[in-house]
Structures are given as structure tokens and as C-alpha cells.
Design a protein around this ligand. Structure first.
Ligand SMILES: NC(=O)c1ccc[n+]([C@@H]2O[C@H](COP(=O)([O-])OP(=O)(O)OC[C@H]3O[C@@H](n4cnc5c(N)ncnc54)[C@H](O)[C@@H]3O)[C@@H](O)[C@H]2O)c1
Length: 349
């Protein structure tokens, strides 16, 4: 039986990765290692938390001793590392928190893996989950490829770029078996409502303004979160040692067009007059260092591993809106902070 430590498994993407692995691989033991920051929510995993092959461990990856102790206890064959501070706006306010978790935390995990694997790397793998933001920004044309030079602009992307370099350095220097994925923007169920899509759904439902940075022309490449989890599964199992894979859906949207599509779908689903939700759109002052356009060339993962997203953006967005409409209690609990009591009730008696 393989044991896999998934870090950040209570977060948005991590919870989908944990679910994918717990359900698809009943003979793997999945250990979810998460400190439960504001972004970690164990209620995201309610449906699978009683499965025999799932364990939750509360730990901070910045605590090197605790991380090593957990690795010695569980002896993982694989690590899928998603734990991170992930919100660009927060990184502008408190860059050091991003250095601590995203850089130091990653190095602590690499050290723990290196220590317990003791140079015997047969059947072992460290999968680092990263972002397309490490590549910086694009003009109106071009795509990020795996060999595009790193050029991060925000403290968040600088910390993720640094962690990517450490992961590659451990492969080059110590032979640690690693793979990396750099993915575009994700959307889907369980997304914390500080990010664009859940924020807009939440604000439409509560009749609040829909804030759009600058002129709304910022362009992002969007991927349904479950398709990201499928890509991680594929690269973790089949990716080439030491390689990086860009993950995306060739699906670029300007923020303003995306929000208009979202408004159209919400009005349709709520049986309201078209234009009701869009009347809440409000342009706000741009964030500093805002990258104009990100777009991923995902042809390597497609050609080498046969990866393709399973849904179109319109379908994924529709499923996402339905999920938020059917789970308004989740949204209310997250917005009020009440979800943070879930851990105490569930895991501390
Ligand atoms: N959200 C996106 O669109 C996107 C796109 C590409 C890559 N990524 C990457 O995917 C990963 C997951 O992103 P997300 O959006 O799910 O993030 P998230 O903020 O929703 O979740 C992060 C999780 O990490 C945990 N965590 C944070 N600091 C920790 C620490 N010190 N120790 C242990 N756990 C800690 C949090 O409690 C939370 O559960 C990140 O590495 C991010 O850089 C995200």
C-alpha cells in the first residue's frame, strides 16, 4: 500500500485532490497535512472524511521538526504539495507570510522527504503544485511554455517561483524524484469567496457590488478545479522525473467578459430579468503590479500524457454556480468565519 501526504488538502484545490485520490485509490493511504489557515476548511471533505484510507493531521509546514516527525510516523512514498498562502492581494499586505509558508515550508517538506527516503528513491515522488503566475505577464499574444523564463511580479508569484527553484535544485543536487505542475487560474466548488468567481456569485446573491479591477481587460486562462485534480493525478503517476508540466484549458477570458457570462447565467438560473446581476458591476482601482494577461500552452501535458479538460468553461461555470446556489450554507459559514469551528467539533470532541 502506498502512503501519500497531500499538503493543503483542506484548501480549495487540495480538497478536490484529496477526494480524487481517496475515492480513486482505495488501497492508498491518504494523509491530509494542513494547518487550517482561514483558507483551510475541513467541511470541504465532509463526504470522504470517514473513509478508512483517509487521515487528517493538523500541522504547520513552517515547523520543520513537526513536519519531519509526521514524515517519520507515516513514511510516505509520495508527497503532493499544495499548502500555500495563495491570495495575491494578501501577499501585497504581508509578503513575509508568503515567504514563510511558500518558500520555507516547501524546503522543510523537501528536507523531510530527503531524510526519510535516505537516497532510496525507488517508487518515491515529490509533486510540487505551482502556478502560471511564476512566468510573469504576457502581451496580447503568446503563451507560457514550460521553458518560458520566470519573471514573477507579485510577492505571491515570487514566493512560488522561489519554491519551484528549490524543488528543481533538490532534484539536481540530491537526486530527489520530483515533478512540478504550473496551472492557470482554477474555479469551481469550495472556492473561498475572496477570489473573483465565488466573490461575484456571493455578491450577486447578497446584492452587493461586483468589483472589477481597472478597466476589466485583465485576461486569465481558467480551468475547472476537478480538471486540475485529474491533471495532478496524471502527472503524479506518469510525469517524467524532474519535469514540469503546464496545466490549462486554452480558455482565456477577460475579467469583464467572464463576469458578464457569470451574471447572465445567474440571472437565467434565478429566473430574473437579464441585466439584473450585471447592474452590480463596479470598476475599482487597480492592484499594484497587476499582470495583464496569463495564458498557458498546455500542449506538453496533452501530447505526452494525453491530458484534456473534461468540461468547457460554460459547463464548468454552470456547475460552479449551481453548487454555490445549492450550498448557500457553506457560503454563509465561510463568510461569517463560522466554518473555523468545524475542526473543533469534528476533531477535538
Ligand atoms: N487557486 C488557483 O487558481 C491556483 C492556480 C494554480 C496553482 N495554485 C496553487 O495550488 C495550491 C493550492 O491553491 P488553493 O487555491 O487551493 O489555495 P487555498 O488558499 O485555498 O488553500 C491553501 C491550503 O493550504 C493550507 N496552508 C496554508 N499555510 C499552511 C501552512 N503553513 N502549513 C500547512 N498548511 C497550510 C491552508 O490551510 C489551506 O487549506 C497552491 O500551492 C497554489 O499556489 C492555485
Amino acid at each position: 500500500m502506498s502512503t501519500i501526504i497531500i499538503t493543503g488538502g483542506a484548501g480549495f484545490i487540495g480538497s478536490h485532490v484529496v477526494r480524487e485520490f481517496v475515492l480513486k485509490y482505495p488501497n492508498y493511504k491518504i494523509v491530509n497535512l494542513d494547518v487550517l489557515t482561514y483558507a483551510g476548511n475541513l467541511a470541504n471533505l465532509k463526504d470522504i472524511e470517514h473513509h478508512a484510507n483517509y487521515t487528517f493531521v493538523k500541522a504547520d509546514i513552517t515547523d520543520a521538526n513537526h513536519v519531519l516527525q509526521i514524515f517519520e510516523q507515516y513514511k510516505p512514498d509520495g508527497v503532493i504539495h499544495l499548502a500555500a498562502e495563495s491570495h495575491v492581494d494578501r501577499s501585497i499586505v504581508d509578503p513575509l507570510a508568503f515567504v514563510m509558508t511558500n518558500v520555507i515550508g516547501t524546503v522543510n517538506l523537501l528536507n523531510a522527504a530527503k531524510t526519510i527516503w535516505k537516497g532510496d528513491f525507488e517508487g518515491k515522488r515529490f509533486h510540487h503544485v505551482s502556478t502560471d503566475e511564476v512566468y510573469g505577464t504576457l502581451g496580447e499574444v503568446g503563451l507560457f511554455k514550460e521553458d518560458t523564463a520566470y519573471d514573477p511580479h507579485s510577492p505571491y508569484s515570487a514566493s512560488k517561483a522561489s519554491s519551484d527553484h528549490f524543488v528543481r535544485a533538490y532534484n539536481d543536487t540530491y537526486g530527489l524524484p520530483v515533478v512540478l505542475t504550473n496551472c492557470s487560474n482554477n474555479y469551481g466548488p469550495n472556492h473561498f469567496p475572496e477570489k473573483l468567481i465565488p466573490l461575484c456569485i456571493h455578491n450577486v446573491l447578497t446584492n452587493k457590488p461586483l468589483p472589477i479591477y481597472g478597466d476589466g481587460k485583465f485576461t486569465r486562462d481558467w480551468l475547472f478545479v476537478i480538471d486540475h485534480a485529474r491533471a495532478i493525478d496524471l502527472v503524479f503517476h506518469k510525469g517524467k522525473n524532474g519535469d514540469s508540466y503546464n496545466v490549462g484549458g486554452f480558455n482565456e477570458w477577460q475579467n469583464i467578459d467572464l463576469v458578464k457570462e457569470l451574471c447572465k447565467q445567474v440571472d437565467e438560473k434565478l429566473g430574473r430579468e437579464q441585466g439584473t446581476a450585471a447592474s452590480l458591476i463596479t470598476f475599482v482601482k487597480d492592484r499594484p503590479g497587476h499582470d495583464l494577461r496569463y495564458a498557458i500552452d498546455a500542449s506538453k501535458i496533452n501530447q505526452e500524457l494525453g491530458y484534456k479538460p473534461s468540461v468547457t468553461f460554460e459547463e464548468g461555470l454552470s456547475q460552479t454556480i449551481d453548487w454555490y446556489l445549492n450550498n448557500q450554507d457553506w457560503l454563509d459559514q465561510v463568510s461569517s468565519g463560522e466554518y473555523q469551528n468545524y475542526y473543533k467539533k469534528q476533531y477535538q470532541g
